[in-house]
Design a protein around this ligand. Sequence first.
Ligand code: NAD
Length: 314
Amino acid sequence: MSKRILITGGAGCLGSNLIEHLYSNGHIICAVDNFATGKKEVIPEQDRLQVIEGSVADDVLVNHVFKDFKPDYVIHSAAAYKDPMDWSEDSRTNVIGSINVAKAALENGVQRLINFQTALCYGRPTSIPIPIDHPTKPFTSYGISKTAGEAYFMNSELPTISLRLANICGPRLAIGPIPTFYKRLKAGQDCFCSESVRDFLDMSDFINLIDLALDENSPLGLFNVSTGVGHSIHDVFCAVCNYLEIETPEVPIAPIGSDDIAEVVLDPAETEVAFNWKAKFDFQSTIQNQLRWYDKFGINDIFSHLAVPAKAKN
Ligand SMILES: NC(=O)c1ccc[n+]([C@@H]2O[C@H](COP(=O)([O-])OP(=O)(O)OC[C@H]3O[C@@H](n4cnc5c(N)ncnc54)[C@H](O)[C@@H]3O)[C@@H](O)[C@H]2O)c1
């Protein structure tokens, strides 16, 4: 049966992939986006897909959208992170914006809301893989504001699933080491790797989980979404060299920056049981899928929520 789904941040990487998938399954969709990092052209308006330009921080706009569109389901994907020093914008979007969405969803009887959370909510983890009940101790503007936003949802009466996500790889990914290495290596530019370890998840595994989360009988609460397997940034570098058939060059390994975390690998054990879900794509196939997409469609701007180390700037 078709659902009425409001997707905030619908022009972003996750939002636009979800729109493509949910639209092709016959759902009726409304996307709200201010195009801070998303691109208008990736979600052209059509029958069953309405696109509204504006900010979730604008309560008048948010209330109007809920009254007008009357969503049964909300996927809250909008987030600000592109300038690590712009604490005000992070707060406006990630805190005030989440409050506006939570209040409007409550007032309009939304059946369930799916929120996306960053693994940075855990701060510097004390155990790996990070269990879902690990304390939250964010220390970056993005992490702090996203954690506050999540807390408003989880402490409201709204039926909420908050998914704490690994690094999701797929069409239009424009953040992190994979697009950076691909773009720089293809341009013959030098690269550096940080010492950090991360978990990477293929978009199709992520989308499979969202289908399960949109089922009204599925559980609510907090869940980690990951393969549960970590890989170093140098592993990513080697996988990109391998794909491009370049002999892997010596590459400087930069120490972890003050705003970075050495190892982030989420433990998906409870999610796997609760949703009867498990990631199907391993690290190598996830990276290859990603690079095949760049070969076909290219890369434009690359964003980061980390400050660029002075040595690496050029
Ligand atoms: N992609 C990942 O691997 C990953 C990992 C952890 C968490 N997340 C979370 O998932 C969500 C989506 O991330 P993404 O990777 O698609 O990022 P993205 O930047 O591609 O998408 C975010 C979208 O939100 C929009 N936006 C920003 N501020 C807004 C505002 N005030 N009002 C309306 N729209 C606004 C942007 O223009 C963009 O289209 C975010 O909440 C992010 O914190 C993503």
